[in-house]
Design a protein around this ligand. Structure first.
Ligand code: TRP
Length: 455
């Protein structure tokens, strides 16, 4: 196995790392998915369950991933090799993560591309003077146009390649320092507008006044699955990003900050979207079309509506971009660290390969909507299920088991620089990592196999 000859890249500042990792965590999951699942599950009580999942399952697994990368100082596969030796079965966990990141990016780029298209629509006045029905139809027209979708998907991936080509400090970190503050500012602006609208108070009550009668077993499982996805766990992102940290970094403090930022953004995004929905007397449970169909209609009814729509889709595009660069970096870091490729070659080739792999997903809503290779599901649905429902939770489960039970079992006295994870983890976190997190993930998996009655 070749080592890269140059000294290993690292983050310029701790703050830069936090922004980059939070950038990965804060994505379409926060702005598009969290509001609609919280809406479907009735708000307040779901939010409480979600917060519990983030704390009891998400944060412990994030600490474990950060510990592996900080200690291994290599990519997601190489870190397991560094810790356990080549040929250890744990390396499979790293492999699974890299593959998950690769596939995830392929269809994430398709959805991100849609947000680019809406950005252009909003900027060029394409949303103005249209009836609600026409605005809703725009989405169906967009996804049914293969050329358009592929164009935006390619452009989005090109932006990813351009950023990741710049490396850690001058690529990912520098862009995170631009994209994330911009994202926070945009969100704050929209939030203030939303809270000033008639629906503001109602949105607060909906999200923070729990109605436990609306809580179902399904809500619990959705909260658990989403906690996983929103924190970017199970695809090697936190391992890879932490490998550019110095070994003394305090992973407990870092993971708490990343999780808090991610949670705050999800809640604020949901409040914003619900306030707009309620001010138009709309239901909060609109489902996946909430952002692309319902929201533009509602925003355009507000004063400065076109501008607000523009800002919203800019927010969505920035959130998607800061997440997708982390997926690309996982695969690129693997090729650099393990195969000795140059960053340039790795980034360009992976970008192109991801584009090709994403084509079936891009066409899943148009030319290939009837191509259903897997139990009647389109390519898009199949890739999404494979990654979100299987690869990510499985990798997360094994990360929890590895760090909770097996880490250093062969070399129990080896002191790790910066203290072992065990040394840095209080008994409480340790307990969560060993028992609660694995049990929760196994619950998700059993449910997916249809082995739980709530199915
Ligand atoms: N967390 C991001 C979101 O909420 C998506 C994401 C980025 C991700 N990198 C990931 C999800 C790695 C799982 C694994 O949109």
């Amino acid at each position: 196995m070749q080592k890269s000859p140059a000294p290993r890249a690292n983050w310029a500042t701790r703050f830069g790392f936090i922004l980059a990792a939070a950038g990965s965590a804060i994505g379409l999951g926060n702005i598009w998915k969290f509001p609609y699942i919280a809406g479907q599950h009735g708000g307040g009580a779901f939010v409480l369950v979600y917060l519990a999942c983030i704390t009891l399952v998400g944060i412990p697994i994030m600490m474990a991933e950060l510990a592996i990368g900080r200690q291994g100082q290599r990519d997601a596969v190489g870190s397991f090799v560094a810790l356990e030796g080549p040929g250890s079965p744990w390396c499979l966990v790293g492999w699974g993560s890299v593959i998950a990141a690769f596939i995830l990016l392929s269809f994430y780029a398709v959805v991100a591309g849609w947000s680019f298209d809406y950005l252009l629509k909003a900027a060029s006045g394409g949303l103005r003077n249209r009836s609600p029905g026409e605005i809703e139809a725009l989405f169906d027209q967009l996804v049914a146009s293969p050329g358009r979708v592929i164009f935006w998907q390619a452009l989005f991936l090109t932006a990813n390649v351009a950023i990741v080509l710049g490396g850690i400090r001058t690529g990912i970190e520098r862009w995170s320092k631009i994209l994330m503050p911009a994202l926070f500012a945009l969100l704050l602006l929209l939030f203030i507008q939303g809270m000033r609208s008639d629906g503001g108070g109602q949105a607060l009550a909906f999200l923070f006044r729990p109605d436990f009668s609306r809580l179902t077993p399904r809500a619990l499982l959705d909260a658990l699955g989403h906690a996983f996805f929103t924190l970017s766990l199970g695809a090697g992102v936190m391992i890879t990003y932490a490998s550019y940290l110095e070994p003394e970094a305090d992973i407990r403090a870092l993971s708490l900050r990343i999780a808090v930022l991610d949670t705050v953004v999800a809640l604020v995004a949901a409040l914003t979207i619900f306030s707009v929905a309620f001010s138009a007397n709309l239901e909060a449970g609109a489902g996946p079309g909430l952002v692309f169909k319902t929201l533009p209609i509602l925003l355009l009814r507000l004063p400065f509506g076109s501008l607000l729509a523009l800002l919203f889709f800019l927010l969505l595009a920035f959130a998607a971009l800061s997440s997708s660069i982390s997926m690309l970096e996982v695969v690129v870091a693997y090729l650099i660290d393990e195969k000795g490729w140059s960053r340039r070659l790795a980034t360009i080739l992976v970008g192109f390969a991801v584009f090709l792999l994403g084509l079936p997903s891009a066409l899943s809503f148009s030319l290939w909507q009837d191509v259903r290779p897997f139990f009647g599901h389109t390519f898009f649905e199949t890739f999404d299920a494979l990654v979100s429902s299987w690869l990510l939770p499985l990798a997360g489960l094994f990360v929890a088991l590895y760090v909770g039970w097996f880490w250093g079992s062969k070399r129990p006295n080896k002191t790790l620089p910066g203290g072992s994870l065990q040394g840095g983890l209080s008994a409480g976190w340790q307990l969560l990592l060993r028992f609660v997190a694995p049990a929760a993930v196994i619950l998700i998996l059993l449910n997916q196999l249809g082995l739980l009655p709530s199915g």
